[in-house]
Design a binder for this molecule. Structure first.
Ligand code: GDP
Length: 196
């Protein structure tokens, strides 16, 4: 879709001394067209997006309160399709820098579902020893009659690949807040047994 200029994966504004609250980098992965930019735009709102675009990256920052505690998420929407089978430096950087990952496919596109599994494998390879939160997202549930991947298949895939699963519709703004809250909870779960 019409998207922000794709910039570097590095947040560009990290380490701000004024931020004492926890701040986590969340990287969106998935095939082109599955709805990554739509989801992140709903999360961040247009104003935040404009602000961060000045730094030259498709990064979106927002504070959110989950279970009574405030967290800042920096969401990076800089994933690019593989070109001629070659792994680009940006792709490998994306796989390295996230504190958590959202792998998106479209329930109307089986190929994107296959890609999601492939991405999970790449991520596991890139971050072998680490237990990073990963959320598998089946987007575009509003397109009921075009569905190619059932919710059960999504759940089964998430179980095999040891990640969380949620279906969303960016078009209907369904489950988008729940998705990002889920990301925060998954991060906290791994940060020394805080309340999930
Ligand atoms: P990206 O390439 O993964 O960032 O995908 P985009 O966010 O640019 O979305 C690609 C296209 O799918 C755009 O035309 C969006 O409007 C559309 N789209 C995204 N999410 C949904 C959704 O949940 N439902 C429907 N019907 N269309 C969607």
């Amino acid at each position: 879709g019409s998207r922000a200029p794709r910039g570097s994966c590095s947040p560009g504004c990290s380490g701000s001394p004024s931020l004492r609250k926890p701040r986590y980098r969340v990287v969106l992965l998935g095939d082109p067209g599955v709805g990554k930019t739509s989801l992140v735009n709903l999360f961040a709102g247009v104003q935040e997006r404009d602000l961060l675009d000045q730094h030259g990256g498709a990064a979106y920052e927002r504070r959110l309160t989950v279970d009574g505690e405030e967290t800042t998420l920096l969401v990076l929407d800089t994933w690019e399709p593989e070109q001629r089978g070659e792994e680009s430096e940006r792709r490998s950087r994306c796989l390295q820098i996230g504190n958590a990952y959202i792998i998106v496919y479209s329930v109307t596109d089986r190929d994107s579902f296959e890609s999601a599994s492939e991405l999970r494998i790449q991520l596991r390879r890139a971050r072998q020893a680490e237990d990073i939160p990963i959320i598998l997202v089946g987007n575009k549930t509003d397109l009921v009659r075009c569905r190619e991947v059932s919710e059960e298949e999504g759940q089964a895939c998430a179980a095999v690949f040891d990640c969380k699963f949620i279906e969303t519709s960016a078009a209907l703004q369904h489950n988008v807040d729940e998705l990002f809250e889920g990301v925060v909870r998954q991060i906290r779960l791994r940060q020394g047994g805080k309340k999930s």
